[in-house]
Design a protein around this ligand. Structure first.
Ligand SMILES: [Fe+2]
Ligand SMILES: [Fe+2]
Length: 138
């Protein structure tokens, strides 16, 4: 089941939501490639696209956290770094050992994204929107 982009995943900060919509689309592209039984090269390509975009999105969030002196920066960054490690390990496993991606693993990644958006990113969005001038992602 692909991730559905709707208001349950929206955090209310335009810049973050726009990024998340694209992140969700890239996750879905990867999941679809797995379900279609695409070759390892295509799977690696889609997982790398997801990892690269995640990295640039996380960097934008982290810059906004620093600029706004977000008090929960450290714990949020640990979550980002952990997810990127998982994606990198996943790409290596497919590339070097040609291993299939299990439903369990897809479920784990999907669960991570939903949980992260609805808790850590919601908290960040609330903080960034709290001030008189909302801090944009840059
Ligand atoms: Fe995010
Ligand atoms: Fe985040």
């Amino acid at each position: 089941m692909p991730l559905v982009w709707d208001e349950t995943l929206c955090v209310g900060h335009k810049g973050i939501d726009d990024d998340h919509e694209h992140l969700v689309a890239l996750y879905n592209r990867f999941e679809e490639a797995v379900h279609r039984g695409e070759s390892g090269a295509i799977i690696v390509e889609t997982v790398c696209a997801l990892a690269e975009y995640s990295m640039s999105h996380f960097t934008r969030e982290e810059h906004a956290m620093i600029r706004s002196r977000y008090p929960r920066y450290d714990e949020h960054k640990v979550l980002h770094d952990g997810f990127l490690e998982q994606l990198t390990a996943l790409a290596n496993v497919v590339e070097q050992h040609n291993e299939d991606i299990s439903e369990e693993l897809l479920g784990f990644l999907k669960g991570w994204i939903v949980e992260h958006l609805m808790s850590a990113d919601q908290d960040l969005s609330d903080y960034l929107c709290e001030g008189k001038v909302a801090v944009a992602l840059a």
